[in-house]
Design a protein around this ligand. Structure first.
Ligand SMILES: [Fe+2]
Length: 225
């Protein structure tokens, strides 16, 4: 269940319209690395996560991404408010305008409508968390690219805030990966290899001994191959 708070996570007050910039920024609304995809990805992945702490992180971040979606929609709306036909044509926004007028439609900067094919829910915590780490970095790069085209402080300020949140999310997923997934990765490493393969991978003496201890008693049963 969600409780809606009728305010933006970060204030946005853009005084000067800029349809060319809106055409770029909308990518973070409905593009492949945008906020809609991020929120759907995390809020869908959380169901099959075996650890309550990681489930809570996905719920937290997925919910915050919905707040970011609202912020990006507000930026695009304020950048395209009260445009004349000449301004729309000059900005190359005429094709979008024909289909959506000045509404906020989830699409990428190149005009491709949002697709769930741009995200994945694998049902495996290791695969999902690693996708999430990559997703946060891709979103950060998109904001970096948007900032290269911005010169209005009213736009730069909230975009910088959104970029910073991607870094915080990356760090939180990194903590989840270190505390919950690294043990699982080790377990998969040991259980998917024969004892000889494990010992070959363990170059250092103490790791060699640990690998031997972990694998030797099970050699006859689990590792029959
Ligand atoms: Fe994020």
């Amino acid at each position: 269940m969600f409780v809606y708070e009728k305010k933006l996570q970060y204030p946005i007050s853009i005084k000067k319209t800029d349809p060319k910039l809106a055409k770029i920024i909308i990518s973070q609304y409905g593009g492949p690395d945008g906020e809609l995809g991020a929120s759907l990805r995390y809020l869908s992945q959380r169901y099959s996560v075996p650890y309550p702490e990681v489930k809570a992180i996905l719920t937290d971040i997925g919910t915050e991404e919905l707040g970011h979606l609202e912020m990006v929609g507000t930026i695009v709306y304020q950048l395209t408010k009260n445009l004349s036909v000449e301004e729309i044509r000059a900005a190359g926004l005429d094709q979008y305008f024909v289909d959506h007028t000045a509404g906020i439609y989830p699409a990428s900067a190149s005009g491709v409508p949002y697709s769930a094919a741009s995200m994945q829910v694998k049902g495996d915590i290791i695969a999902d968390i690693h996708e999430d780490l990559a997703a946060e970095q891709k979103a950060r790069v998109t904001y970096d690219n948007i900032l290269r085209f911005c010169d209005d402080p009213d736009v730069i300020d909230p975009i910088r805030f959104l970029r910073q949140r991607e870094i915080v999310h990356f760090q939180r997923f990194g903590e989840a990966e270190r505390t919950k997934c690294s043990g699982l990765i080790m377990a998969i490493f040991f259980y998917s290899r024969t004892p000889c393969e494990v010992r070959r991978h363990c170059q250092h003496k103490w790791l060699h001994r640990l690998a031997f201890l972990l694998t030797h008693p099970m050699r006859g049963a689990t590792f029959a191959r």
